[in-house]
Design a protein around this ligand. Structure first.
Ligand SMILES: Nc1nc2c(ncn2[C@@H]2O[C@H](COP(=O)(O)OP(=O)(O)OP(=O)(O)O)[C@@H](O)[C@H]2O)c(=O)[nH]1
Ligand SMILES: [Mg+2]
Length: 198
């Protein structure tokens, strides 16, 4: 089994704050998702999209799948993605995070190395950034138990697992303004992003 050959993109949310489906946002006629996918392809052989609209994708370039435990938020997506992953650790990102940082991804791979952990994510003050992180295929059952107990929080699950944390100061060396963790929740977020890339 490969160690780090897989990236999972979560695209099964309701986009309630954005008001239209975030997975199909277009930037200069390209789908934002395609920009994300094309960057990830440089570092990952296997791309898995976990979506609630599989019909919206061409399936020859990547794996397209749906939640198995539906309607429980991002952990549902991580769960379905890990099930199909052929790698020991999968990189997990949200469909609305445009600033994929390949240098940071490479750093995280080395940081994990051969260690036997449940995942690796980045600290942010007292909080953690659950995306732009690596998760082990070994936590599938942990996620199932968590969701069956009606617990949806990734952060509360992480507290129960063996996670290796990257310090915020280290991550800031790669992304001083924290861009690589920015996600587009609202139309204001999207407008701000479009202005910046102009
Ligand atoms: N597969 C899957 N992905 C999800 C689910 N809920 C959220 N996501 C994804 O997780 C990421 C982070 O979620 P949010 O930023 O809260 O997105 P969202 O839930 O669509 O947006 P809001 O409705 O505004 O909260 C996004 O990439 C979502 O597409 C889900 O139930 N299943
Ligand atoms: Mg949400």
């Amino acid at each position: 089994m490969k160690s780090f050959g897989t990236a999972i993109i979560l695209a099964g949310g309701k986009s309630s704050r954005m008001g239209f489906d975030k997975q199909f946002i277009e930037v200069n006629q390209d789908r934002l998702m395609d920009i994300v996918i094309n960057k990830l392809k440089k570092e990952f052989k296997e791309i898995i999209i976990v979506t609630n609209k599989p019909e919206g994708y061409y399936k020859n370039q990547y794996i397209v799948t749906k939640d198995i435990i539906e309607g429980k938020g991002p952990l549902s997506g991580i769960h379905a993605g890990l099930k199909l992953s052929s790698s020991r650790y999968a990189f997990v990102v949200a469909c609305d995070m445009p600033h994929i940082n390949l240098d940071y991804i490479r750093y995280m791979k080395e940081f994990i190395g051969n260690e036997n952990i449940d995942g690796s994510v980045t600290k942010y003050g007292e909080l953690v950034e659950p995306f732009n992180g690596f998760y082990s295929k070994g936590i599938i059952e942990n996620i199932e138990k968590h969701l069956l107990n009606q617990r949806r929080s990734i952060n509360s699950l992480l507290k129960e697992l063996n996670i290796k944390y990257v310090e915020e100061s280290k991550a800031r060396e790669f992304s001083p303004n924290w861009d690589m963790f920015i996600n587009l929740n609202t139309q204001e977020d999207l407008i701000g992003y479009l202005k910046k890339i102009d």
